[in-house]
Design a protein around this ligand. Structure first.
Ligand code: NAP
Length: 307
């Protein structure tokens, strides 16, 4: 595949940064890749994994000469990183991020962006419950959506270049208003994680049912929540703190609907329960039809057991 950028700087090299690094290398998208991470340990691991060509713990140093800068750090750290790199950004460079919240990232980063630098926030809708440079893999973004939330004045050529980059990684790309992004993600990602953290926490706190029973019988449903609840605590703390309004709005709506369900159970209203469960089953079918999950029974676990 053809080179798209002379130099790419990756600031943050965990699950997302290292997956991007692997795809860049695999597809030959950059002349050279500079990797930066704040800790020596993560940087050393990135070097062992040969994720880039140059390595530094200084984000400011990493972005010198870069035509594309991709910031992949917890959203709460975006402002500090932006302040650190601002003075060293090359005129004409594209700066993007992968953060799970967009309004807050824009508020933190945009004020630091110098004239002549194209700041285009982004969010690949792809991930796993693992973190760190070892967790990344080639193809994480294949067949997944990547949402860009460009500011109104964004240069069209820069936008097209970034779009092409994500498309080369196998993503489908959508443009969205940041506020709308934060509402959509609150319901499709943030709330499911919060519910999972909550139910796993509740099970852990129960006195009447022992922890060993919860674990022993988890295949009845509980274990499907534990994948989400095993996600990185720093990332999810930051998501909750940085998409507060949209999350609280969706949580209020969720609580209302839960109370409706609770009432239907209390009053033995089987029709209401049956109607809701029928409607939700159709959503699962739509997700499979859209290619966003496998149609294999129980997420393919039985097929894996037989190997
Ligand atoms: P990760 O695997 O935990 O890696 C985080 C990276 O950020 C590491 O290089 C880490 O450096 C660095 N970092 C952590 N705290 C920092 C701080 N305070 N200042 C500067 N650097 C810091 O995280 P990830 O899963 O790749 O997530 C990165 C971003 O992608 C987040 O904004 C997240 O919202 C977004 N995202 C995640 C997923 C997902 O499923 N995980 C999906 C889509 C988007 P050290 O290790 O050297 O400390």
């Amino acid at each position: 595949m053809a080179k798209q950028f002379d130099t790419i700087a990756l600031v943050g090299i965990g699950l997302i940064g290292s997956s991007i690094a692997r795809d860049i290398k695999d597809k030959g998208l950059a002349g050279s890749v500079t990797v930066s991470s704040r800790s020596d340990a993560t940087l050393k691991r990135a070097e062992e994994l040969e994720l880039g060509d140059r390595y530094t713990t200084s984000a400011a140093e990493a972005v010198k000469d870069a035509d594309l800068v991709i910031v992949s750090v917890p959203v709460g750290a975006s402002g500090t990183v932006a302040a650190e790199i601002a003075a060293n950004l090359k005129p004409g460079a594209i700066v993007t991020d992968v953060g799970s919240t967009k309004g807050s990232v824009i508020a933190q980063m945009a004020p630091h962006m110098p004239q002549g630098v194209h700041f285009i926030p982004g969010h690949p809708i792809a991930g796993t419950e693992y973190s760190g440079p070892d967790a990344g893999f080639i193809g994480l973004f294949k067949g997944r959506w990547c949402i860009l939330t460009p500011l109104p004045e964004t240069d069209e050529t820069a936008k097209a270049k970034l779009r092409t980059f994500w498309e080369t990684l196998g993503s489908m790309v959508d443009d969205m208003d940041p506020e709308h992004h934060d509402k959509v993600l609150a319901i499709v990602s943030h709330l499911p994680h919060i519910i999972a953290y909550n139910i796993v926490g509740t099970a852990d706190d129960l006195e009447a049912v022992t922890e060993s029973e919860v674990i022993k019988y988890s295949a009845s449903g509980f274990r499907d929540f534990t994948r989400l609840a095993a996600s990185d605590p720093t990332m999810w703390r930051d998501v909750c703190l940085h998409n507060k309004d949209a999350i609280l709005e969706m949580l209020a709506r969720f609580s209302e609907d839960l109370a409706y369900l609770q009432r239907a159970i209390r009053w033995g209203d089987g029709d209401k329960l049956f109607d809701l469960f029928t409607r939700t089953r159709a959503i699962r079918r739509s997700i499979i039809q859209a290619g966003q999950d496998t149609e294999m029974v129980d997420f393919g676990r039985h097929a894996m057991d037989q190997k």
